[in-house]
Design a protein around this ligand. Structure first.
Ligand SMILES: *Cc1c(COP(=O)(O)O)cnc(C)c1O
Length: 369
């Protein structure tokens, strides 16, 4: 791998292929696989990732918002794309770009049906979301009859799938709750399939769901995001996966600091003894938030851990390199295969998802095929 000469997010497509194969191996071959590429494919590059997933044989993609799906269509992605959180203002665009909406309330069901009818659509695929305990989006079991009646009353739309989302699939202390969610989903989806002429397919597992409940509940499809990007919400799974994104930067300048001097804005750090710092060209505008400052976060320089000291600036951080053999121009690893984003995130009381999706569009992406 080339040494970094600037701040860059490397995207390793071999790692993506590895993670895809790992997750597929947890499922029976007939189970369809939806790759979640929302939020720039968890902060990486949604077009590159979507193309690769299409090539690897994924059956579906999902984005959160319509705009993200339109970008994939414009880049030539032909796989079906589920829009997880469509808003009524985007329904025309959804149809124009052949995106498939998550329908989670009667309000948007009726609004979408009206738009589809007006445009002369026949059997336009929609996906009905049920709330089984997350209490975020979705219909409830009592709505089944009314949904089916509405769906059978016209032919502009067709219910392609029914789905739900687990609240705590990664937490085995909540196993009882998760099994209850799954049994509510069994009951709802059986009713839907009995009432509708066209039997919708079913899906409810995310990455940790595949790992922990894959045998019990893979249904006809699963939806994975974080696992594809190399994180599994538990150490044993992380070991089997390969992080796709590596955030690298370089040392811009080294400073010899004398005891009593301060470092950075608001003089947040005061050196008690003489020390050495390195200034790096990456800051909160790139996704390394202020929370990582003041020794909550760290980077790796020549194999050694260097803590972030003082306040994170918009465009820079300063790290403590006392005792580390390094100089201006040296490569710095913020996170990647040997420097888990999950570990760095922990210091800021957050999770890999937030750190990864927070890497801003200012950071150059470098694709490794
Ligand atoms: C983001 C999302 C997923 C992916 O979850 P991971 O934990 O990243 O695998 C699946 N389903 C829905 C509804 C989501 O919003």
């Amino acid at each position: 791998m080339p040494k970094a000469k600037e701040t860059v997010l490397e995207i390793d497509l071999k790692a993506l292929a590895h993670n895809y194969a790992f997750l597929k191996a947890k499922l029976v071959p007939e189970t369809m696989f939806l790759g979640v590429v929302k939020a720039f494919a968890y902060g990486s590059d949604s077009i590159v990732i979507a193309k690769k997933l299409q090539e690897l044989g994924a059956d579906y993609l999902a984005v959160a918002y319509t705009k993200e799906g339109v970008a994939l269509r414009k880049a030539g992605i032909t796989l079906p794309i589920l829009v997880l959180h469509p808003l009524p203002t985007s329904f025309k665009k959804i149809i124009k770009h052949r995106l498939e909406p998550n329908i989670y309330s009667f309000k948007i069901l009726k609004e979408f049906m009206a738009v589809a009818e007006k445009r002369g659509e026949k059997k336009y695929p929609i996906h009905i979301k049920f709330n089984t305990g997350l209490n975020r989006l979705g219909f409830v079991e009592e709505d089944v009859d009314e949904i089916c009646k509405l769906a059978e009353s016209q032919d502009a739309i067709e219910i392609a799938s029914v789905f739900s989302h687990l609240a705590a699939s990664e937490d085995l202390n909540e196993k009882e709750f998760t099994l209850r969610q799954l049994s509510i989903f069994d009951s709802i989806s059986n009713k839907m399939r009995a009432k509708l002429l066209h039997k919708p397919f079913r899906h409810t597992l995310n990455t940790s769901g595949i790992i922990n409940y894959g045998k019990r509940a893979q249904f006809e499809m699963v939806r994975s995001g974080i696992g594809l990007y190399g994180y599994g919400n538990e150490a044993a799974v992380d070991k089997e996966l390969m992080p796709v994104a590596t955030l690298k930067t370089i040392i811009s300048q080294i400073h010899e600091i004398k005891a009593g001097e301060s470092i950075g804005y608001n003089r947040k750090y005061k050196a008690e003894a003489s020390m050495v710092t390195a200034t790096l060209p990456v800051g909160h505008a790139d996704g390394i938030g202020r929370i990582y400052g003041n020794r909550n976060g760290f980077v790796w320089i020549n194999g050694k851990k260097a803590e972030i000291i003082g306040n994170t600036c918009m465009d820079m951080i300063m790290v403590d390199v006392t005792g580390i053999n390094c100089q201006a121009g040296d490569e710095v690893i913020v996170f990647g295969p040997k420097a888990s984003a999950e570990d760095l995130a922990k210091g800021a009381s957050t999770i890999s998802y937030e750190l990864l999706t927070g890497i801003s569009q200012r950071v150059k992406r470098l694709i490794l095929e």
